[in-house]
Design a protein around this ligand. Structure first.
Ligand code: DGT
Ligand code: CA
Ligand code: CA
Ligand code: ZN
Length: 587
């Protein structure tokens, strides 16, 4: 088991012990142990294990060292297995309800005897939670709302996670000898931030073995419908998937239909009708004549197209990328030949909002830069948290100055081809002031200003707060503007139109935070804002090396927002980014 996986297990032990109300010193020892591991370089850690010297690390006693050793060697820990078994699963589930930590869950369990989410919902409904010491009516309402959201949200899934399930299945389908073509359609293909279910489309003249293969995938937990050409299944995670198998000649029409969106399809069908044709999942057939569209297609009356570009071509349009198929003017633009040349992942030359072990990241500065270099990036911005984010181990002035010096030295050393920009993710305090002085910010290459606390301020206060930060001449870009966490936390209330106006007026960039849990600012705002001159930075907000790859999720959203390379700061060369940063920091 790797160092970071072991750290996760130790965190889990700390939470489970807290649920059991164990001795606080014991709990803290596991939490501290996890953080110590995170701060070690991988080589360093492996050496300590090999030398059996784990207990020489400050804060790691003999017992903990022994447990880490066991996890490292076997990937398992009897102590943890028994601990998990000793706690009601409902209590662990309650940790997913926003606003409920281990301490509160224990109080609810001890005083009300509640150990399921359903029981907790009941206790909220009849007011027993509000009566508990330390809770009150407000926190009871928050818990009840959290449970309701959890149910509603349980029905959708993050794009990133859905895609991780879908891609191996697409590859598996394509590898089958009976399969001519296979694709994942639906909201996944359109790059929506969340996905309801997966929609696989296959072109094959021999559906039976393909259907059997799909329904017998090891990750299938339940087959909800099974037919010769269409089946639906549910995976372990709750994610559902439809598979439709069509004759190869129909593949393109089915792919287009089931990619959607519904609004796009309605507009496309309307357009076909205006040309005397009927468009459906079966084909593109003459509107006149006997029978349904399906029957006409089966009689061979459909035009033949090799790919989707051919289908759009039949209707006098250029190819509309799936990202744009939301019925938001893409049909008119495609007809006029005015579709944007959308930004692509290969256009990115770096990113600016990334963390290291100096704050709450899991990899060191050097590890992060090596990972950026591996991805061929010309530059990497480091923006660790500032001191007000103490829960994320934010840097104070002294530690930040030390980090700036380290970054300058690294750049000077020529060790990496990737240039490192010294930045900071500076907290926007509740009144809109920034967590660092103008003098210190002037020493940085750039500043990402973000809200991390008091997320529930009134719309007026939050708007004023963010605009004040956006107007600060040292602020290069605004980080995750609404603070939303997809499927978990609603966006803060703020007047985004006013904030965008202020950003444009002050030459401040707005981030498209590419973390699959955020995708903030949402794609629906970008088209209009970029038209008016707003510059976007696609930032992975990476907390570990692999997190850099999250820029792919940001690219999805940017494309949905009709963004082109020139709208995005991190498509520019190192030289041009320097020029852009210099304009702000010299103020
Ligand atoms: P999701 O699964 O909720 O994230 O969203 P989609 O877009 O994947 O929707 P889904 O799975 O219900 O259906 C896939 C596509 O099939 C959808 O985007 C468009 C097409 N479709 C489904 N139902 C209808 C319909 O009633 N009318 C039209 N025009 N198209 C439909
Ligand atoms: Ca779907
Ligand atoms: Ca579906
Ligand atoms: Zn942040």
């Amino acid at each position: 088991m790797t160092k970071n996986e072991i750290a996760e297990r130790l965190e889990e032990i700390a939470v489970l012990l807290e649920l059991k109300g164990e001795n606080p010193f014991k709990i803290r020892a596991y939490g501290a142990g996890a953080r110590v591991l995170e701060s070690l370089e991988t080589d360093e850690f492996e050496q300590l294990v090999a030398d059996e010297k784990l207990d020489s690390i400050k804060g790691v006693g003999t017992a903990l060292a022994q447990k880490i050793g066991e996890l490292h060697a076997t990937g398992e820990l009897e102590f943890l297995t028994e601990l998990r078994a000793s706690i009601a699963p409902g209590l662990v589930e309650m940790l997913e309800v926003p606003g409920l930590g281990a301490k509160k869950i224990k109080a609810i369990h001890d005083k009300l005897g509640v150990d399921t989410i359903a029981g907790l919902a009941e206790a909220c409904a009849d007011g027993r939670v509000a009566d508990l010491a330390g809770f009150g009516a407000k926190s009871q309402e928050k818990i009840a709302e959290g449970i309701r959201n959890r149910e509603a949200y349980g029905k959708r899934h993050l794009w990133w996670l859905a895609n991780e399930v879908a891609q191996p299945i697409v590859s598996g389908l394509r590898a089958r000898p009976e399969v001519e073509r296979a694709e994942a359609a639906g909201s996944l293909r359109r790059g929506m931030e969340t996905v309801g279910d997966l929609d696989f489309i296959v072109g094959s003249s021999d559906p039976a073995p393909v259907m059997t293969w799909f329904c017998e995938l090891p990750e299938v937990k339940e087959i909800t419908a099974r037919g010769e050409t269409k089946s639906s299944v549910r995976f372990e995670s709750g994610l559902q998937a439809d598979l439709r198998i069509v004759p190869p000649a129909q593949f393109v029409f089915a792919l287009h239909h089931f990619t959607g969106s519904k609004d796009h399809n309605v507009a496309m069908r309307q357009r076909a009708l205006e040309r005397g044709k009927s468009l459906s999942e079966w084909g593109l057939v003459p509107a006149k004549g006997d029978g349904t569209a399906k029957e006409k297609a089966e009689r061979g009356e459909s035009v033949e197209v090799a790919d989707e570009a051919g289908l759009f071509g039949e209707l006098g349009m250029s190819f509309v990328p799936p990202a744009l198929r939301e019925g938001l003017g893409e049909i008119e633009a495609a007809e006029a030949g005015e579709l944007p040349s959308l930004v692509a992942l290969s256009d990115l030359k770096g990113a600016f909002h990334n963390h290291t072990t100096s704050s709450d990241g899991r990899n060191t500065l050097a590890e992060m830069v090596a990972a950026a270099e591996q991805r061929g990036w010309a530059y990497l911005g480091i923006a660790d948290h500032s001191k007000a984010s103490f829960q994320a181990n934010g840097l104070d002035e002294t530690r930040l100055r030390k980090q700036i010096a380290e970054i300058r030295e690294l750049n000077g050393s020529g060790r990496f081809k990737t240039h490192v920009f010294a930045g900071s993710e500076v907290d926007i305090l509740t009144d809109g002031a920034l967590d660092f002085s103008d003098e210190l910010m002037a020493e940085l290459d750039y500043v990402v200003a973000s809200v991390h606390n008091a997320l529930t301020q009134s719309e007026a206060d939050m708007t004023k707060r963010i605009i004040r930060a956006v107007e600060n001449p040292h602020v290069t870009m605004l980080g995750h503007p609404t603070g939303r966490l997809l499927l978990r936390r609603e966006a803060s209330k703020a007047d985004l139109s006013k904030i965008i106006d202020a950003a444009i007026a002050n030459d401040t960039i707005i981030e498209l935070n590419a973390s699959p849990w955020r995708l903030d600012l949402d794609w629906r705002w970008w088209r209009k804002a970029a038209d008016r001159g707003l510059i976007c930075a696609i930032n992975p907000d990476a907390h570990e090396c692999d997190g850099l790859d999250h820029v792919a999720a940001g690219i999805n959203s940017a494309r949905k927002g009709w963004l082109q390379p020139h709208h995005i700061l991190n498509t520019r060369s190192l030289k041009d980014v320097r020029t852009c940063f210099a304009r702000k920091s010299s103020v």
